[in-house]
Structure formats: structure tokens, C-alpha cells
Design a binder for this molecule. Structure first.
Ligand code: FEO
Length: 177
């Protein structure tokens, strides 16, 4: 059974995942309004993934006999100076999320909750990819400089991203009842 401390930490992380979704959706709206539909698509799919991260964590709390708690999801910033700033903020946010996930992993170990430790490792690994994706895009933007024409190349590339459910087996289990 999940301890109260872990139940609270995981619930707060569910909230943080929902905030991430809200943040990336707001960034997507900025990109869309600026004419970068492909970048808007990438950020919108990122928002969907964050929702899936939150729901999956919420389900773990229930599965382990914990009681999820709910708080306000804070409002994200909605205006940005540039696409470069958007992705710098994506990276800064993901580094912050990594710190939060690591704290939950440490708490799981302290409490000898091997099931939750095993569960949170998926998120530990996911954060490697989350940070790398943002770093790779920032590196490309650094090459492009402030050349809007070149940013359109990035826009076309990011238009190709499609949503893949990060937890397809869990979704199938739910569908099967
Ligand atoms: Fe839920 Fe961006 O990691």
C-alpha cells in the first residue's frame, strides 16, 4: 500500500504533469498565432503526452491503495518573445520536472516501496528523452539564428510529429475492462 507521503508526492506530480500540459498548450497557441503551425503541432502533441503521464500516475496511486489529492493547476505564461525562447523554456521546465521525478524515486527507495520505485523509473527514463528533444531543437535554432525563413524549415519538420500513446498496454487493459 502506498504511504501517505508517497501518495501526496505522486498527487503533486499528477498536478505538475497537468501543468506541463497546460504550459505546452499555451506555447502551442503562441506558435500557432505566430504562423508556425508545425511547431504548434509539436507542442500540442507534447501537451497530450503530459496529460497521459498525469493520468498514468493517477492510476498508479489508485492501484496501490492511495488517495489522490487535487489542487489548482496554475496558469502558464502565454506570451513569448520568440520560438527560441519557447524551446529554452521547454528545456528549463523539463530539467525542473526531472528534479521532481528524481525526488519521488528517492522517496520510494527510502520507503522501500519497490513497486513505486519500479513505476517511477519509466518517468526517470522518459526525462532523458524529454530533455534531449528540447536540447536538439535548441541546437537547430542556434544554427538558424533569427532567420525566420530557416525557422520555417524547423516548422515543417515538427509538423510531422504524431501522437503515440506512451502507455498503450494500460489503455488496452482499461478498454478490456
Ligand atoms: Fe511529463 Fe515532459 O515529462
Amino acid at each position: 500500500m502506498l504511504s501517505e507521503a508517497l501518495s501526496k508526492a505522486l498527487s503533486e506530480q499528477v498536478n505538475a504533469e497537468y501543468y506541463s500540459a497546460y504550459l505546452y498548450q499555451a506555447m502551442s497557441a503562441y506558435a500557432d498565432r505566430a504562423g508556425f503551425k508545425g511547431i504548434a503541432n509539436w507542442l500540442s502533441i507534447q501537451a497530450k503526452e503530459e496529460m497521459a503521464h498525469g493520468v498514468h500516475m493517477y492510476e498508479h496511486i489508485l492501484e496501490r491503495g492511495g488517495t489522490p489529492s487535487f489542487g489548482d493547476v496554475k496558469a502558464p505564461p502565454s506570451s513569448y518573445k520568440s520560438i527560441r525562447e519557447v524551446f529554452e523554456k521547454v528545456l528549463a521546465h523539463e530539467i525542473h520536472v526531472t528534479e521532481r521525478i528524481n525526488k519521488i524515486a528517492s522517496l520510494s527507495m527510502q520507503e522501500n516501496d519497490h513497486a513505486t520505485y519500479n513505476f517511477i523509473l519509466w518517468y526517470v527514463n522518459e526525462q532523458i528523452e524529454e530533455e534531449k528533444n528540447a536540447e536538439d531543437i535548441i541546437a537547430k535554432i542556434a544554427i538558424m539564428g533569427d532567420n525566420t525563413g530557416l525557422i520555417y524549415h524547423l516548422d515543417m519538420e515538427l509538423a510531422g510529429r504524431t501522437f503515440t500513446d506512451p502507455f498503450p498496454a494500460a489503455a488496452a487493459d482499461t478498454a478490456a475492462g
